[in-house]
Ligand binder design. Structure first.
Ligand code: AMP
Length: 396
């Protein structure tokens, strides 16, 4: 994918505004419980420091409803960021352009939570102008916020010359490897609870992929649409026609759909519940399908053997409850093994996917796992992401 990259951009002496995602999870005592997002921002900031630029950081934190809320101040990030960068980090509670003048080349300043301003989530042009007035160029380094047309993540990019940060670049290069210019055959694995939350995603994927394996609760709706009895399973009967339409489109687009051919059922939705494996037409009225069966997993693995690219979203069963994590774990491990051997490019992301692949111990061997939930899903749905579109604008 073509977009503006930092490489070759003159940064020395420039004041650079970087949109990062410091919306990190916190413990009850206020400490950071997972600093993945903070770590992700470091390469770009360090690159700017080395290049002699002045760095202004913008981020949202929580949902403060467009007005200051001390409990959601970003000030708590400063010590952790300063330690990670091994340099001083200044903090500004307001957008006064005078504040920025104290920055030396190599200096870093974090601005207060962008969502303290009412116009942020409305994509307000005037607020974007205020952000833009702080610097000379804009770097978007928060893929996880790129699906939002917010003032600090997209609208500012219509005002200033805009470039992808290093984390953003890595994310865009990897995801385009899976859907924009992939090596075929391209296979998708889509699981999770409901068809209703992933209609656009399924519709887009059948037009792009060679094979689509559907698992998890949403497969029940497809099986029901095909006339199978699904007992007490999670099943969206209202979405029968949607499932049939997706299958019809898949046929037209020559995308082969793989559905479970055998299933694991239980009467209770709990870990270690009494369970059995059975064929599709043997699910009793009080039983719930909680996982794919072993023949289905075999079929998935055969399909992975034939594929060159794999894109994965959602678990194949109720993976939080043993043993209903079995098909997710086995299929994920197999994908990881093929990737490690260099036979498969595997990209995964969205919602519970990261947790499911980590649970399978497969996360480290996937080619790329996106930690951006909503943005990854919208990209899989084929929607343009405002925070990415601004990076495609030609620079003068
Ligand atoms: P999603 O957020 O749509 O990706 O859905 C993830 C959730 O789907 C997980 O919490 C799984 O436990 C749940 N899930 C997957 N398969 C099933 C199933 N067969 N029955 C009920 N829940 C399921």
């Amino acid at each position: 994918m073509d977009f503006n990259r930092l490489k070759g951009t003159r940064l020395k002496g420039k004041t650079v505004i970087v949109r990062v995602d410091f919306n990190v999870p916190r413990n009850k005592d206020g400490s950071i419980s997972d600093d993945t997002r903070l770590q992700a921002a470091l390469p770009t900031i360090k690159h700017l420091q080395k290049s002699g630029a002045k760095t202004i950081l913008l981020s949202h934190f929580g949902r403060p409803k467009g007005k200051p809320d001390e409990a959601l101040s970003l000030r708590f990030i400063v010590p952790a960021l300063a330690e990670a960068l091994d340099s001083e980090v200044m903090f500004s509670p307001n957008l006064n352009t005078q504040v920025v003048t104290v920055l030396e080349p190599g200096g870093v300043m974090l601005m207060e939570n962008t969502r303290f301003h009412k116009g942020e989530t409305e994509g307000d042009k005037e607020l974007a102008q205020e952000f833009a007035a702080l610097g000379d160029i804009f770097i978007q380094d928060a893929f996880s916020a790129a699906h939002r047309n917010h003032a600090s993540s997209a609208v500012i990019g219509e005002i200033l010359p805009s470039f992808a940060g290093l984390a953003m670049e890595r994310e865009l290069d990897h995801i385009s490897q899976a859907l924009i210019n992939p090596k075929s055959p391209v296979m998708g694995v889509v699981g999770g609870a409901k068809v209703s939350t992933k209609i656009d995603l399924l519709k887009n994927l059948v037009s792009k992929l060679d094979i689509l394996a559907i698992g998890g609760g949403m497969a029940n709706t497809f099986l029901y649409a095909q006339g199978h009895k699904v007992g007490a399973s999670l099943c969206e009967t209202d979405f029968k026609d949607t499932a049939l339409e997706i299958m019809k489109n898949a046929k037209k687009e020559k995308c082969k759909i793989i559905l479970p051919t055998d299933v694991v059922v239980a009467k209770d939705f709990k870990a270690n519940a009494d369970h059995r494996q059975c064929g599709l037409d043997d699910v009793k009225a009080k039983e719930m399908i909680l996982d794919c069966g072993s023949a289905s997993v075999e079929e998935l693995m055969d399909a992975m053997d034939a594929a060159k690219t794999l894109i994965w979203n959602g678990p194949l069963g109720a993976f939080e409850l043993t043993p209903f994590d079995t098909s997710t774990v086995e299929a994920a491990k197999y994908a990881a093994k093929l990737t490690k051997k260099g036979k498969l490019v595997s990209v995964a992301g969205g919602g519970d996917t990261v947790a499911a692949l980590k649970h399978a111990g497969a996360a480290d061997d996937f080619t790329f796992i996106s930690t951006a939930g909503g943005a990854f899903l919208e990209w899989m749905e084929g929607k343009p992401l405002p925070g990415v579109e601004i990076l495609k604008k030609k620079q003068k």
